[in-house]
Write a protein that binds this ligand. Structure first.
Ligand code: IMP
Ligand code: MG
Length: 173
């Protein structure tokens, strides 16, 4: 059996999300906001963050493929499920689980920018600064973590472990 060593406890994650929500509430005061969750990894982060947002919020999802199930990146980003709504003139906040190489989000950001949103920013629960392969500004970061493969709280290894309430380092048997 593989093992998962706790890196971020459920409490630490919830506390940090509250801090991020407080910041986002300040930054978008008096504005409407469209959260764009990147499926599937962001589903718990989006849910916990959205519950703490106090403004006029809408939610939509996109799904992109970059990883083909395992742990290595291909660099090729495909849209599997596009947005249901138009984003022209709107405040868009992309919600992502993790920025690793940054390739997925930089492609998605360029694509969504062509639709002329009023503003577009990124919130990612996790970021691996040492793994970044392309310049990418992440406006709201939960935690910077080491270049390890992590699972839990939305993040998977071959679709497993997304349900864990904490984030841990995945270790092969
Ligand atoms: P990037 O394009 O390399 O930044 O990778 C982005 C996507 O790869 C994330 O949205 C995750 O779905 C996946 N990913 C990257 N690192 C990890 C990890 O440590 N655990 C699980 N999934 C990861
Ligand atoms: Mg993802």
């Amino acid at each position: 059996m593989p093992t998962v060593d706790v890196l971020l406890s459920a409490d630490a994650i919830q506390d940090r999300i509250q801090e991020m929500a407080t910041q986002i509430n300040q930054d978008y005061e008096g504005e409407t906001l469209l959260l764009v969750g990147v499926l599937k990894g962001s589903y718990l982060f989006l849910a916990d963050l959205a519950k703490r947002l106090t403004g006029d919020v809408q939610i939509d999802f996109v799904q992109v493929s970059s990883y083909k199930g395992g742990k290595s990146t291909t660099g090729v980003v495909q849209i599997i499920k596009d947005l249901d709504v138009l984003i022209e003139g709107r405040n868009v906040l992309i919600i992502e689980d993790i920025v690793d190489t940054g390739l997925t989000l930089s492609h998605l950001l360029e694509l969504l920018k062509t639709r002329r949103p009023k503003t577009i920013r990124i919130a990612s629960l996790l970021r691996k600064p040492e793994a970044l392969q392309t310049p990418l500004d992440v406006d709201y970061v939960g935690f910077d973590i080491p270049k390890e493969f992590v699972v839990g709280y939305g993040l998977d290894y071959e679709e497993r472990f997304r349900n864990l309430p904490f984030i841990g380092i995945y270790r092969e048997p």
